[in-house]
Design a protein around this ligand. Structure first.
Ligand SMILES: Cc1cc2nc3c(=O)[nH]c(=O)nc-3n(C[C@H](O)[C@H](O)[C@H](O)COP(=O)(O)OP(=O)(O)OC[C@H]3O[C@@H](n4cnc5c(N)ncnc54)[C@H](O)[C@@H]3O)c2cc1C
Ligand code: FES
Length: 365
């Protein structure tokens, strides 16, 4: 039976021959990110320090050749070929939060803008026992600002359907009040988001697995912080900037909140309050189409690059549509911003099989 060792975490995991690496890591709740599970998003990067895997079927953008040459692999696209040793990437300011599987109850659902909802969850208890332990009472759910969780709800046919959503409040608030907030756009015909206000209302029980994601706030960084959001990417980016300001960061903290239309704009009051409290915070609301007087028009990335010429010492956090995240990341890299200073979890749509709830249910997802 092949062994997967992860010295950074002091782990030795047993795997089945030829098993998918991400599957093994998830089974043992190793704190690694994952999202698309098909080699597109790059969330599941790790370093192959020893041994061999069969790595195939991924998009070159998710794993550039230069990274592959450094030994970086995508866990979701790797089949293990024997004993392997794995290292974690991106370990600067790494804070390990164990992945947990919790039952939650919807406390309330509030419309922030047409078709955009704040979903507030209370943690009820463990959805299944923690590894090697007893089922615990549930909270607190520990995460770093900017991370996301996998939420599952029962659809109208009783089948579980799961999607990723980023935590919108700060980790400190969540730890003390045992509640979690998410900002969710209701996608027309969306299998999960379409349940908001229907199968998902106050009192509905949901399941949560997480936290995950690498676009979390790095508290030790010194230098300007830029947070760029598209649509509901504002949730995790507000979490990042609020946490930075609460931590006493004195360097400039600048939020760019992009929306497609004026009707989608939300969060302005909170941005105003933060700017009043913190002299080093600025927020720019940017509306792509039909921006009325008083609001900045155009694309959020163009606004960032119009304002900022010099990204020296800066870190940039990005969340929202893959189109925005990919375009802004590419431009930042072209301008010489090192990859280690870009932190992004794009809102990729799920793998095609996840669009069929019945299949998910059969797989026990
Ligand atoms: C790491 C991560 C974090 C995320 N965080 C958030 C968050 O905080 N808030 C949030 O609202 N969403 C977030 N998402 C997106 C979310 O996971 C779902 O993909 C989204 O809500 C649509 O799911 P659905 O089940 O409602 O629609 P589906 O049933 O999956 O899709 C319905 C149809 O819409 C299309 N579609 C799906 N997503 C999009 C899209 N973004 N744009 C255009 N068409 C689309 C599909 O291709 C399909 O045809 C995140 C995604 C990832 C990977
Ligand atoms: S590339 Fe592996 S989960 Fe997306």
């Amino acid at each position: 039976m092949p062994t997967i060792s992860i010295p950074a975490l002091g782990l030795q995991l047993q795997a089945d021959p030829d098993e998918n690496l991400l599957k093994v890591l998830r089974r043992h709740r190793v704190p690694i990110g994952w999202s698309c599970k098909r080699g597109e998003c790059g969330s599941c990067k790790c370093v192959l320090e020893r041994g061999e895997v069969d790595l195939r079927g991924y998009q070159p953008g998710a794993l550039p050749a230069a990274q592959r040459e450094q030994g970086i692999i995508l866990a979701c696209s790797s089949r293990i070929l024997g004993d392997v040793q794995i290292g974690l990437v991106d370990t600067d300011d790494y804070i390990e939060h164990p992945i947990r599987r919790l039952g939650c109850r919807v406390l309330w659902l509030r419309e922030l803008a047409p078709e955009v909802f704040a979903l507030r969850l209370g943690i009820v208890g463990a959805w299944e026992p923690e590894p090697g332990g007893e089922a615990d009472a549930g909270g607190p759910f520990l995460f770093s600002a900017g991370q996301y969780a996998h939420l599952k709800a029962r659809d109208a046919h009783g089948a579980w359907i799961g999607r990723d959503f980023s935590m919108a409040g700060t980790p400190v608030e969540a730890e003390y009040d045992g509640e979690l907030e998410f900002h969710i756009r209701r996608t027309p015909g969306g299998s999960f988001s379409g349940l908001l206000g229907g199968a998902i209302v106050a009192g509905t029980e949901l399941r949560l697995e997480g936290p995950m994601g690498r676009a979390y706030f790095r508290p030790r960084h010194q230098g300007p912080l830029y947070a760029v959001a598209a649509g509901t990417g504002l949730g995790p980016m507000l979490s990042v900037v609020q946490t930075a300001l609460d931590n006493g960061k004195t360097d400039p903290v600048v939020l760019y909140a992009g929306f497609r239309n004026p009707s989608e704009v939300y969060g302005v009051e909170l941005m105003r309050q933060l700017a009043q409290r913190h002299g080093n915070f600025r927020a720019h609301v940017v509306v792509e189409f039909d921006a009325p007087g008083g609001l900045r028009g155009g694309r959020v990335g163009d606004a960032l690059f119009a304002d900022v010429r010099d990204f020296a010492e800066a870190k940039v956090y990005l969340a929202g549509s893959p189109a925005m995240v990919e375009a802004v990341s590419a431009e930042l890299l072209a301008r010489g911003v090192p990859a280690r200073d870009l932190h992004a979890d794009a809102f990729y749509a799920p793998a095609p099989e996840a669009l069929a709830p019945a299949q998910q249910d059969a797989a026990g997802a």
